[in-house]
Structure formats: C-alpha cells, structure tokens
Design a protein around this ligand. Structure first.
Ligand code: GAL
Length: 700
C-alpha cells in the first residue's frame, strides 16, 4: 500500500514536473520541429466561407499542391459561439478531420479579432472609443479594445472551450493568438481607468509621476491619479513623457491579453502544441518581442501593393530585399526560431494601387523567408474571396475555387524544391565559416523609435530609416545579422551596432563599456544617449553620459534644410546629409574619421574611432542622406578588425542555413554569385537573374 502511494505520488510529481517544465516558454522551441523537414508550408482555409459540399475537394487540392498544414478558425468566433454560451464545434471538427484525412496538420486560431454581434450589442463598450469620441461598431474587424474587461472575459471563455476541445488533439500542431494584434488607442472610460491604475502601479506616488512627466512645465501638475487622462495623440503639444508612458501602457495591454490567451490554452493543451501570434513587422511597435508566454514569434509579410519601389522601374513588382531580410533578422533572435504566418500569394486588394507581382516573385519571397531560418511559411489564403472587403485578393486558387493562380503554382514549385533539399540534408553540416565570422548584432529598442518619432526635430529624421542604413550596409557585406535587446549577452557578438539609441541609463552605459573593454566593438550613432528612460534630457551637455565611452564631447547638433544639404567628408568623399549632425569635440587619442564640409562648423568632427581596453568604439555623429557614408564607415571598421566581408550589389542577398547557401536576387540585373566555383548547385546556378534563386550545398 505504502509503495503504491509512493508510486502514485512520484508519478504525479513526475507528470506534474514534466508538464510544468514542458509548458514553460523557456524550453527550446526547436523541439516542436523535425530538423529533417527543414521547413514546412501551409495555407489558410476558411471552411465557414464555402459550401460544405466543396470542403473535401478543397482539402484534396491543397494536398495535391503539396501543402503540409492548414490554418483554421481565425475569424470564426460567430460560428463557434453563435449565441452566448452555445458552442458549435461540429463544423470545425469536420474540417480538422478532412485536413487529417489528407495528411495535413492544423494551426488552430483564437478568433478574438472578430467578436460576434451579440457580444457587441450586449456590451457596446467592448468596441474602441476613438480620440474624437466615435465608438467603432460591428461590421469590420479588430474593433474591440484590449483594455475592455468584458471583451477579455468573453474571449478567454471562448478560448477555454476551444482549448478544452482541441488541446489534446494530435492533429493540432499549434495555436495562433488573435490576428496581427497591435496596440491601439481606446479613450473609453474603462481604458482611462486602466491607464490610471497602470500609472499608479508604475509610480506609486503622484509626485514621482509629476517628476517623470515634467509636469512643472505649462502648469500640468497633478495632485491625484484620478485627474489623469489618456493623452490626446493628435494634439501636437501634448506632454511627450505622458505619451511615452501611454505607448508603454497600450503595449502592455496587448502583451498581457495575448499572454492571458496563451495561459488559458496551456491549461488544456498538450506540451506538443506550440503557441504563437502573427505579428506585422512594424518596428516601432513594442509588443513584437515582448510576450512572456508564446513559444516563438511569427510574422506576416506583404510585399507588392504599390509601395516598396525596389530596384529599377519595375522594382515595385518584387519590393525591396530589405523587407523580408529584416523581418527574418528581427524575429529569429527572440527564440532563435520563427515562422512566417502570412506570405503574400499574389495580387492584393488593399493597397492604394495593387499591381501584379512579377512572375517568380512569390517563389523568391518563399526562398528568402527560408534563407533566414524559418521553420514554416503559411499563406493567406487558399481560395480567393468572392464576397466581403477582400474581393480581388488572390489566393492559391482563383475565384472559381479550383484553378491554381500563378502564385499558387510558385508555392507548389517551392514545396517540390524543399523536397529536393530534404533528400540531401546533412544534420552534421556546418554553415560557411566566413559567414559566421561576420555575424553582427544591432541593438534595438522600440522605445527609442517612439520617442524620436514624436520629437524628430526635423521632418528629415526617420528612425527606422536610420537603422536601415546600417542594416542594409551589413547585409551588403553578407553578414548574418541579429537584432538584439539590452538583456542579450553582448559577448556573443564581435560587433554591435547601436543606432540612435536615445533613451539610456547608467547601467546600459556600463554594460556597453564592459563589452568594449573585454574586446567588443561598438558602433554608436547620433542621438544616442541624449535622454533618460522618461524621455527627459540629462541635466548635462547633450549625451554627456556616453562621453567617456566614445572619447568625445558633443558641442551642438545641426539640422540643415533639405533644399541645401550639408556634407560630411569621409576618406576624401563628401556625402550629403540633412537629418542630424552632431559637432564633436574629440579627446586626445580619439581618431577623427570624418569631418564636416560646410557652414560655420566646417572642419569640425563628425565621426570618431577609438580603442578602449581590448575593444573599439566608433561614433558616427551624422546621418547621411543615402546611407553610402554609413556603409563606408563600417567597411573601414571591418577592415581594421580584419573581418573579411563580401561586397554584394543592391538587391542581392546571400544567407546560409542547415548547410545550404541561398542567394536571392531582387535587382533588375543578372549577377554572378561571389561563391566558390566548387559548390554544387541544387537550384539555380552561379549566375542569378532578376527574381532568381540559387541554392547550393555549403561545402565551400
Ligand atoms: C493581413 C491580415 C489577413 C488578411 C490579409 C490580406 O494583414 O492578417 O487577415 O486581411 O492581410 O492581405
């Protein structure tokens, strides 16, 4: 008896341990994916949009094209809970069974972006109240407020039912929370109160808040938290510190809502099912990397919609190489794993102008997503809609429901090509060593972007554009790039670029300094260190907390007019700039790398370099118009550090993963790849045309 009890207790403990262990995000998410598959490809399907008699045909057609999983129930709340508390899973069960019958796994979604009308009519305040006092209404999507308590409660109730129903279902491989969740402003009374509570929690006393917000300015002082309202974002002169906190608040609201969803699912889900959400790569958003509960992030990407001009007069049919590259490099480092949940399958309907993508573009994008290390790519959507707001949006098949679109056929081709790679995949293969030796990090924090975009000082300043100049430069060197955060172990990287890192504190400066002293190479750029974490200037000369690190002082900064740009001289070439230039006063021993060419500060210092301990610090006090100067400065640095780099032309990227080299060409010209002549091409060849892809076994 005793031993039985003991056994029971130990097995309970073991089970409990394994459950709680496998259910924490901390465990390596690679366990969810079979490395031999390299990547998997899936497609969105909305059975509720189509006559049930067509479902089996549709699933059979998905399978025939090679899809390995389907994505279901994303906007289906009204179909799952047609009346309050009445749940109907039969239709979804049937779709899941059909997916299984045709050998496809399922991503199950929480349909919180589209609550049913009964819920809105019962609790109209679920919908967002805009700044102008207008409340959103039923008939679109993403109208509810993440700050609304009823919405949260009803959502979690529905999710709990869904998780109870599918949590142990082996056919479900993972979960997607909401759809493209983003923080949005809600001015309703509930949201106002939650903001006040959030502030109280952050500051404890109103005096601390008054200090952090600088409310002595313009008589803004508060004597009680109840007096505070959500800042009016459209008002030009609104308190910037209040806005910074509000952005933090709505980000937290988004993250906490998603994390609550994840925890609800985890209560019932098997440890084999992963949880993610599909984020739009808008780098100014704060929630993209913040979830504490999801296993890994995925992103959504649309390339061709009349913007993103790319290279040459038809570059808009491919878009620019940076878009997918940067999203890969931004999301992958969060958990060293990512997927892409939506990749454009063809022409869309929601741009100002909606051109056809170039033939071959969809396959190019698929390979580019793969090149960054993605574990899967999914596409919105299988069938082109024939009613609703997204008419004219392409799918994998057209409006007849059966004929594959050009993009559909490109997905098919990609899936077949991945099969080829799976056959030769060698789990022991190493990535190209020279590629790994170039690995570079970019330190990024969305709060800098928030703060600078509100306080630009010139219409010429663009924060993400500034980051892009450095990113594009190192991608043209063929570097693998990781976007990292302050809590990352900096010593993993030989070079860390820190573009316009405006908000700092002393512990960050200490971490940077130690990194350099131990042999790291830091590149800091203009605007770094100007403010504290509340977005206030230091009570010192501009950016004084970083002077010891960069080996310079900052005298002042200037902003010329765009019609008459100024120039910075670097290695005998003058580069135009308008958006930000800091006039530096270097210490003895700090090398001057670049000087200003015009105006009353002609000859003064713009760019410096110094050694510190075992490492180096480069300070680039100016933001050039075209980014060519940034590229040349970095070239000089990599050369000083004896790190060999490539010199890839605009539009051509090369990455390595799983022992394969992958090149993608977004340019309007054919290029010859700077790759050893001895490699064996599995796809494409050494010359790579527009929209071309080459893949080789990386035994260089
Ligand atoms: C995405 C969205 C999808 C669909 C798609 C159309 O942003 O997540 O639900 O609307 O756009 O291109």
């Amino acid at each position: 008896m005793k031993s039985k009890v003991f056994l029971l207790i130990t097995s309970y403990l073991l089970l409990h341990q394994s459950l709680s262990f496998s259910q924490t995000k901390a465990e390596d998410p690679h366990r969810f994916f079979d490395p031999k598959k390299l990547t998997e490809v899936g497609v969105y399907y909305y059975p509720e949009h189509w006559d049930e008699s067509q479902w089996e045909r549709d699933f059979a057609n998905m399978k025939a094209l090679g899809f390995e999983f389907v994505h279901l129930a994303e906007f289906a709340w009204a179909h799952l809970e047609p009346k309050e508390g009445v749940y109907t899973f039969e239709w979804l069960d049937k779709a899941v069974s059909l997916a299984d019958k045709y050998g496809m796994k399922v991503i199950m979604c929480t349909s919180t972006a589209t609550p049913p009308v009964w819920l809105l009519r019962k609790h109209p305040d679920i919908a967002i109240m805009q700044e102008n006092g207008v409340r959103l209404d039923h008939g679109a999507r993403q109208h509810p407020s993440f700050s609304n308590t009823f919405y949260r409660e009803y959502s979690l109730k529905m999710i709990e039912k869904l998780a109870q129903h599918y949590g142990q279902d082996k056919r479900i491989m993972g979960w997607q929370l909401d759809n493209e969740p983003r923080p949005s402003a809600d001015y309703s009374e509930v949201a106002q109160q939650r903001f006040r509570d959030w502030l109280k929690n952050r500051y404890q006393t109103i005096d601390k808040l008054n200090k952090a917000w600088g409310t002595a300015f313009w008589s803004q002082v508060y004597s009680d938290f109840s007096q505070i309202n959500i800042p009016q974002l459209s008002v030009r002169f609104m308190n910037p510190h209040q806005i910074l906190d509000y952005q933090r608040f709505i980000t937290d609201e988004t993250v906490s809502f998603l994390d609550e969803q994840a925890r609800t699912i985890r209560k019932y889900a098997s440890p084999d099912q992963w949880i993610t959400s599909n984020y739009i790569p808008e780098y100014g958003d704060g929630h993209l990397r913040a979830s504490k509960e999801q296993d890994f992030p995925t992103y959504t990407r649309y390339q061709v919609f009349g913007e993103n001009l790319g290279i040459g007069s038809r570059g808009y049919r491919l878009s620019h190489v940076e878009r997918i590259a940067m999203a890969n490099d931004f999301f992958r480092p969060v958990r060293n794993l990512y997927g892409v949940m939506e990749l454009q399958p063809g022409q869309v309907n929601w741009g100002q102008i909606n051109p056809q993508p170039l033939p071959g573009a969809v396959r190019l994008w698929l390979w580019h997503v793969f090149a960054g290390g993605s574990k899967f790519t999914c596409t919105y959507r299988f069938r082109a809609p024939i009613y609703g707001i997204e008419m004219y949006h392409y799918g994998i098949v057209g409006t007849d429901g059966i004929t594959p679109t050009p993009g559909g056929l490109e997905f098919k081709k990609f899936i077949e090509e991945i099969e080829l790679l799976r056959k030769v995949y060698d789990p022991k293969a190493k990535n190209n060593a020279a590629y790994e030796a170039r690995r570079t990090a970019i330190l990024y924090n969305h709060e800098n972007t928030w703060d600078m975009q509100r306080n630009r000082q010139t219409t010429q300043w663009n924060t993400v554009g500034h980051v892009s100049k450095y990113y594009d430069a190192i991608k043209s060197f063929g570097c693998p790039v990781d976007f990292i955060e302050e809590n990352t172990d900096f010593t993993n990287y030989k070079i860390i670029i820190v573009p316009a890192y405006q908000l700092i504190d002393s512990s960050l400066v200490k971490k940077w300094t130690e990194y350099v002293e131990q042999g790291g190479n830091l590149v800091l750029t203009c605007r770094t260190g100007h403010k504290n974490r509340n977005g206030q200037l230091w009570e010192t000369p501009f950016a004084a907390p970083i002077y010891d690190l960069i080996g310079s002082k900052i005298d002042f900064y200037d902003l010329p007019l765009p019609e008459t740009p100024n120039h910075v001289l670097f290695d005998d070439i003058a580069y135009a700039w308008t958006s930000w230039g800091e006039i530096l006063l270097p210490n003895n021993g700090t090398e001057v790398w670049g000087t200003y060419e015009d105006d009353f500060y002609k000859g003064s210092t713009a760019i410096t370099f110094r050694r510190l301990g075992k490492g180096t610090v480069t300070y680039v006090g100016v933001d050039s118009q075209e980014g060519e100067m940034e590229k040349e400065v970095l070239k000089k640095l990599y050369s000083r550090l004896s790190i060999p780099i490539l010199d890839l032309p605009d539009g051509l990227h090369i990455e390595y993963r799983d022992g394969f080299g992958i090149a993608v060409n977004y340019a309007d010209k054919t290029y010859t790849l700077p790759v050893s002549n001895n490699v064996k091409y599995l796809i494409g060849e050494k010359t790579i045309p527009t929209a071309g892809v080459s893949v080789w076994v990386a035994n260089e």
